[in-house]
Design a protein around this ligand. Structure first.
Ligand SMILES: C[S@@+](CC[C@H](N)C(=O)[O-])C[C@H]1O[C@@H](n2cnc3c(N)ncnc32)[C@H](O)[C@@H]1O
Length: 298
């Protein structure tokens, strides 16, 4: 079996910060989630309630909370987690809650290579795909499709490329150069250094974030080359792997661009309300860097 190739930086980050991931679903003193993962988990639970799978494989299950959610709904859930302290935490969590700790396997995403074709009813990948190197994404998606039964569901969190319009920084520049102008008729524009320089002058913060991930403030999290998908074309992307797109639900709201978040007094409360009421609103396609996609194998 091959490994997915998640960078050593990322795996070391999760190893050293396992308790942050295990406790990421806590609330603050105002009862607002301390981490946007809470909203992802909420959307995932909505998915379980709506589509009612009987069995589920939760890959990169972290502290195991989402496996526990499924088990409590009488879904035959198994978790896979490659980082030892997280796998142990998840296994203990299940034991404490009266389920078998052995349901959490210590393994990599490409554990699915060992599964039979058409054998799985449902697979969850909750913030795992952003760690998959670009050259493995095709293989990973083909494998997910191979092991799912026809009609089987994939629930997967992707980074949202359109959010890059909202940030006014180096990522916005990359969006123009590598995505918007990534088209035969527009190639002379993306190669025109005068245009690129002028665009840079339009953007208030063309040099940040640098090559490291913005949120962590901890360079050990690794470099910022992360795979994103475009919610406007996600249907076609998934169709390549024989998936039929069903729904996209957005989370991790930014009611204003992150660079000016200090200008809004009730920022956290406003974002919280947006999360609870507007995960399907058209604005969410621009205001959220993450979205949860539900699709079905044909
Ligand atoms: C942001 S955390 C999310 C944890 C969990 N899915 C949740 O929603 O609470 C990302 C998880 O992906 C796992 N991960 C990263 N690369 C992986 C890989 N190649 N195979 C399986 N899991 C991976 C990490 O160890 C970590 O637990």
């Amino acid at each position: 079996m091959t490994k997915t190739g998640t960078s050593k930086d990322v795996l070391t980050y999760y190893h050293n910060n396992w308790d942050k991931i295990a406790n990421c679903y806590n609330l603050d003193k105002d009862n607002i989630p301390i981490d946007p993962a809470w909203y992802r988990r909420r959307l995932y639970n909505n998915f379980l309630d709506k589509y009612k799978p009987k069995a589920l494989l939760d890959i990169g299950c972290g502290g195991g909370w989402t496996v526990l959610d499924a088990l409590k709904k009488r879904i035959n859930a198994i978790g896979v987690e490659p980082v030892t302290p997280l796998q142990k935490f998840a296994s203990n969590l299940l034991n404490e809650e009266g389920f078998e700790g052995e349901r959490i396997l210590l393994d990599d995403l490409l554990y699915i290579e060992s599964l039979k074709s058409n054998s799985q009813e449902c697979i969850a990948l909750l913030s795992v795909i952003p760690h998959v190197p670009a050259d493995k994404l095709d293989h990973v998606h083909f494998e997910l499709s191979r092991v799912l039964k026809p009609g089987g569901k994939l629930v997967v969190a992707y980074r949202n490329e359109l959010f890059d319009f909202f940030t006014f920084n180096s990522i916005t520049l990359n969006l123009y150069k590598n995505t918007i102008w990534n088209n035969k008729e527009l190639s002379s524009i993306s190669n025109n250094s005068q245009v690129l320089e002028a665009l840079k002058n339009l953007v208030t913060n063309p040099n940040i974030p640098g090559e490291f991930h913005t949120n962590s403030g901890d360079k050990s999290f690794g470099k910022l080359k992360r795979f994103k998908t475009n919610p406007l074309t996600i249907k076609n992307f998934l169709a390549k792997y024989n998936f039929n797109w069903l729904e996209s639900n957005f989370y991790h709201f930014h009611c204003v661009p992150p660079l000016i978040s200090d200008k809004v007094k009730d920022l956290k409360k406003i974002n919280h309300k947006m999360e609870l009421n507007h995960s399907n609103n058209w604005r969410a396609q621009f205001m959220c860097p993450m979205y949860l996609v539900i699709c079905q194998k044909n």
